[in-house]
Design a protein around this ligand. Structure first.
Ligand code: ATP
Length: 411
């Protein structure tokens, strides 16, 4: 085992027959210590996207993940997705009592589909509480694996899933037109959405396409006018750091089996209505005429080299929102790009961070990009509200993301 890779190894010790019961006790104790509260021998539905990232998911899975899952005695039901939306259909029809988790061997696109498929079930809340989602990172954006397993490594993700603890995860409802979907990772408008979605022509660059796209855009248009109204819950950086310190070590309470079965049908009701309703009076209007970057994150890492939201917590019921004016000097923008990797962007004064429970964003132009979890949605108004701990994931810690918190909060 190294910091970035783990393989299966077998050790044989010949023992006398009369020592067998002692050896069995020893092995049992070792397994107990190794698994802790995590469930051993999980029943997993594995979905492989053969077109995620550079198309390597099937190879990565069979070479680096499957041997680990199989050696750990996981019960594996593997299926390859054949088209866009296939993972949503599979999750919608899934027997939620037959699996502990659905594992996406993909980028962040498949987990998004899986959450939304579970959300389509009549017993959506029960399904989202019962079936955890996990990821074997094999796409171009592997944010989920970075946050939950602390690494973009396929084999380490497999091991983390084997020993993964269930953790409730906030999910956000997005209403747009007459639709309602769920987001687990992020929503973006402005330069990040442009870099994420407007760089398909340079996919061959892999992860570098984002940086390249950013630099190209910085040379050209840098403002994306919009109207923004926000339900602010924690409004300044010091208060966010205090909130982070107070919450990061708390063990979230998982619902009991009986509580899960008694959950009401459907998704939770929307507290603030939809994008077609009046904006509540107590929401704050933010200046949007010269918006450069509007980016809301539910997790810390947005990709393996971008800890954009160092204060994000999995189940505080809040999204971390950063807004950056598009008219700030280009050199300042560049320094922010460099400060994203280690989370130090948090302390840059031009990056405004807030923790919010809901918001509305209305683009003022007719064309452009809005990204939800890296997927393109129509360029039209969206309203977003968070549901605390609605989803479930398999994680290493069971309580927090594998990311350094905002500067100054490390203990
Ligand atoms: N067999 C398939 N053919 C075409 N598209 C598919 C197939 N299976 C899944 N998809 C779609 O591929 C998209 C990307 O998936 P994924 O996140 O795995 O890859 P990625 O390379 O990280 O993402 P992206 O392409 O969004 O950067 C998802 O939206 C999913 O719906």
């Amino acid at each position: 085992m190294s910091k970035s890779h783990v393989t299966v190894g077998y050790i044989h010790y010949p023992i006398d027959l009369e020592q067998k019961s002692k050896a069995d006790t020893w092995a049992e104790k070792l397994l107990q210590l190794s698994y802790g509260e995590a469930k051993p021998k999980k029943k997993l539905k594995v979905l492989i996207n053969p077109f995620g990232g550079k198309g390597m998911a099937p190879t990565y899975y069979s070479r680096y993940a499957e041997p680990i899952l199989a050696a750990a005695g996981c019960d594996l039901d593997v299926q390859t997705t054949t088209h866009r939306g296939h993972a949503t259909d599979i999750a919608e029809k899934l027997d939620i009592n037959a699996y502990d988790a659905v594992v996406a061997c993909s980028g962040d696109g498949l987990p998004y589909e899986i959450f939304n498929g579970l959300a389509k079930k009549p017993n959506a809340r029960e399904a989202l509480a019962k079936v955890a989602v996990g990821m074997i990172p094999s796409g171009s954006g592997n944010g989920m694996a970075m946050n939950l397993y602390g690494s973009p490594s396929v084999s380490l993700a497999a091991l983390a899933i084997v020993k993964g603890k269930r953790m409730p995860l906030d999910l956000a409802s997005i209403t747009q037109g007459d639709t309602r979907t769920l987001s687990f990772l992020s929503q973006s408008f402005g330069i990040v959405a442009e870099c994420d979605l407007g760089t398909d022509n340079i996919r061959w660059m892999g992860p570098h396409r984002f940086t390249y796209g950013f630099l190209v855009r910085l040379m050209g248009k840098t403002v994306w006018p919009c109207d923004v109204a926000v339900k602010v819950e924690v409004g300044d950086k010091q208060a966010i750091k205090d909130h982070y310190r107070a919450e990061v070590h708390k063990e979230p309470r998982l619902l009991t089996d009986t509580e899960v079965e008694e959950l009401p049908e459907g998704l939770p009701p929307l507290r603030y209505g939809t994008v077609n309703d009046e904006i509540p009076d107590d929401w704050e209007r933010l200046p949007g005429e010269t918006m450069g970057n509007f980016y809301a994150g539910n997790m810390a890492w947005m990709s393996s080299d971008a800890n954009f939201f160092p204060a994000a917590l999995p189940n505080d019921g809040l999204l971390d929102l950063v807004t950056i004016d598009g008219t700030i000097p280009r050199l300042k923008s560049l320094s922010m790009l460099l400060a994203v990797e280690d989370g130090s962007i948090f302390d840059i004064p031009e990056a405004h961070f807030r923790k919010v429970s809901a918001y509305r964003l209305v683009p003022k132009q007719t064309e452009g990009y809005i990204s939800i979890d890296g997927e393109r949605v129509p360029f039209a108004p969206i309203q977003v509200e968070v549901h605390k701990g609605l989803g479930t994931v398999l994680s290493v810690s069971g309580k927090a993301y594998e990311a350094k918190g905002p500067p100054g909060t490390q203990t």
